[in-house]
Design a binder for this molecule. Structure first.
Ligand SMILES: Nc1ncnc2c1ncn2[C@@H]1O[C@H](COP(=O)(O)OP(=O)(O)OP(=O)(O)O)[C@@H](O)[C@H]1O
Ligand SMILES: [Mg+2]
Length: 376
């Protein structure tokens, strides 16, 4: 039996030969007009109970499926080809876009020199991790710019303060040499030159001290120091000049003796700087008080006066190098504005801090706070 019209589509003899012995397998075969077929055969038992067996041969025209597959294949290769070209390009662009902020940061870093610290990175549109990096970088630049500015201001101040005494010495020498002088006149000139030279060497000494205090390699000598004795040493040293100025200088000794691990000569210098300031800025009849106290493991030394006080707006700057509230007045009294800067760096070396409180016309109080036991 054959399905009607099957013989026109397929060579039945070929169908029989191709499927013989391959029962149950799907085999590709071309039809009479070249159409693709899938053919298969099966042996079945016929009759109940079965009396004989027959062979069933089936062929399906798979032209449509083949066409569909061919189309899929075309799409597949087309898309594969397109993506293999497109993906590297897109990937490259994405990577470049991601790296752009890093390149900008690098370019900014390359542009920066000591004279060009104004540069900042604009982190708009950066991914959050890089915005953080850019922000940190900008903060670093901010700090660098600030320190560079401070250094250049400091250098300018040094130059100015060194020039004045040198010019004075030079001017006096030139005037003295302009014509013949008596021995007394020469002596006067030499005396005033010596005064200027002393001032110069003090200034240079202060600058060297500050530079040394900032160096992390500097070693300081720590020992157990009795604070009360230290204050009395300072008082003894300044007693005469305080008396000359009509100021009483008192040490307010606490009930119990206080001691701390300090560099004795440095702390003497710090307290002396405070007392010399207090004496200069206190009118006759005033009092300068030295006191010490302890609080937990911290020692406090206080130097207070009943003097002129400092205007509130100037207070935050008094610890700056070369800062003077009234430069014209300090010029005559010889102050360079390094005293409190030195106090602060001495306290920093001791792991402590210096604070100042003042009321105009009523007085000033400077508090030095430091750990009683050396921490480093
Ligand atoms: N006890 C004080 N009373 C009033 N003003 C003060 C007092 N201590 C400091 N000042 C002000 O603070 C400024 C800075 O003080 P600092 O000791 O650093 O410098 P200086 O005394 O001018 O100079 P130097 O101490 O280097 O000789 C002083 O010029 C002064 O105007
Ligand atoms: Mg001073």
């Amino acid at each position: 039996m054959t399905t009607p019209g099957m013989a026109e589509q397929l060579d039945l003899a070929q169908l029989a030969s191709r499927t013989r012995g391959r029962s149950g397998r799907s085999i590709a075969m071309a039809g009479r007009h070249g159409q693709p077929f899938r053919v298969t055969s099966a042996t079945v038992a016929v009759g109940t109970p079965p009396t004989r067996s027959d062979t069933v041969q089936i062929a399906i025209d798979v032209a449509q499926e083949e066409e569909l597959l061919a189309r899929y294949r075309l799409w597949f290769w087309g898309i594969l080809l397109a993506t293999s070209v497109l993906f590297p390009v897109v990937g490259h662009r994405i990577a470049r876009h991601g790296i752009r902020p890093v390149e900008e940061i690098a370019a900014t870093a390359r542009r920066i020199t000591s004279t060009n610290l104004r540069e900042r990175i604009a982190p708009e549109g950066y991914p959050s991790e890089l915005a953080l990096l850019a922000g940190t970088f900008n903060e670093m630049l901010e700090r660098l710019e600030e320190s560079f500015e401070r250094i250049s201001r400091f250098t300018a101040d040094i130059a100015h303060d060194l020039r004045t005494p040198v010019n004075n010495i030079r001017g006096e020498a030139e005037v003295a040499l302009a014509r013949a002088r008596t021995g007394d006149e020469y002596r006067d000139v030499l005396e005033s030159s010596l005064e200027e030279a002393v001032r110069l060497s003090e200034l240079i000494g202060d600058l060297l001290f500050l530079a040394r205090a900032e160096s992390p390699l500097t070693e300081w000598h720590r020992e157990k120091v009795n604070i009360g004795e230290l204050l009395i040493t300072v008082r003894d040293y300044y007693e005469a000049s305080a008396a000359d100025a009509g100021i009483s200088l008192v040490v307010n000794d606490g009930a119990e003796p206080l001691s701390a691990e300090l560099d004795r000569s440095l702390m003497l210098r710090a307290v002396s700087n405070l007392v010399s300031n207090a004496i200069v800025h206190t009118p006759p009849g005033g009092t300068v008080t030295l006191g010490a106290s302890n609080e937990d493991a911290a020692i406090q030394i206080e130097v207070s006066d009943t003097g002129d006080g400092i205007p509130t707006e100037a207070l935050p700057r008094v610890f700056d190098r070369f800062f003077r509230v009234d430069p014209s007045r300090s010029q005559t009294s010889g102050g360079t504005g390094l005293g409190l800067a030195i106090v602060q760096s001495i306290l920093t070396l001791h792991g402590g801090s210096a604070e100042i409180a003042s009321q105009l016309g009523r007085g000033t109080c400077v508090t030095l706070r430091m750990p009683a036991v050396a921490t480093r």
